[in-house]
Design a protein around this ligand. Sequence first.
Ligand code: FMN
Length: 216
Amino acid sequence: MSDASMTRSGLTLAAIAAVCTTLVALTFQLTDERIDANRQAWLEQSLQPVLAGVSFDSGIIDSQLTFPSPNALPGAGDAIIYRVYSAGAPAAALFVVSAREGYSGPIKLLVGVDADGAVTGVHVLEHRETPGLGDQVETGKSDWATQFRGRSLGDPVSAGWAVRRDGGEFDQLTGATITPRAIVKAVRETLEYYAENRILVFGVSGDPAPPDEVSR
Ligand SMILES: Cc1cc2nc3c(=O)[nH]c(=O)nc-3n(C[C@H](O)[C@H](O)[C@H](O)COP(=O)(O)O)c2cc1C
């Protein structure tokens, strides 16, 4: 092969490689955007169970705060909080936390708290509890989780924040007390955290909390 034809082949290969690289990059960008949009839609959807009855006019996703571990919220890892506002005033905070003492490990929960500290809803996001026993805490499997709606630290007062088996006001499940006990405790701890950190959660005038304590 002559030098000229080798150069031509080299240039052709380089051009093909450049076109392929561009196509892959474009496909990646388009797919990435779609994955991102799907993820956001899924997230908005999964937050709905704790937003029933909350009137708000702000976006949800942009309001995300991450409270890095260690923090005083239930669970061992980072805690995520979404805030919604109505006419600029805090309407509700949605906490993604973890009940540590589930029967088969941590139970990931979404706990909605309105600006006055009342529960707007509790929704189990992830768990490994036993089918037919602990898994009845799932929204689709029983209405067990609805009993938290409207409850606050004053309703019931402190000793009432336990399952009936422990002298409290919340129902356990037949043959499964450990799972409900763990969740009641995590919801109570979330309310306690909110009561002590309302300004940190919503920030002053709706601004995020100081960056050294909270990362977006
Ligand atoms: C195989 C097996 C799986 C269980 N899974 C759960 C569970 O997911 N959640 C739970 O609270 N209790 C579960 N239990 C029952 C607990 O061991 C415990 O007996 C129960 O929570 C106590 O509730 P009770 O006082 O109402 O019986 C399970 C028990 C067995 C034998």
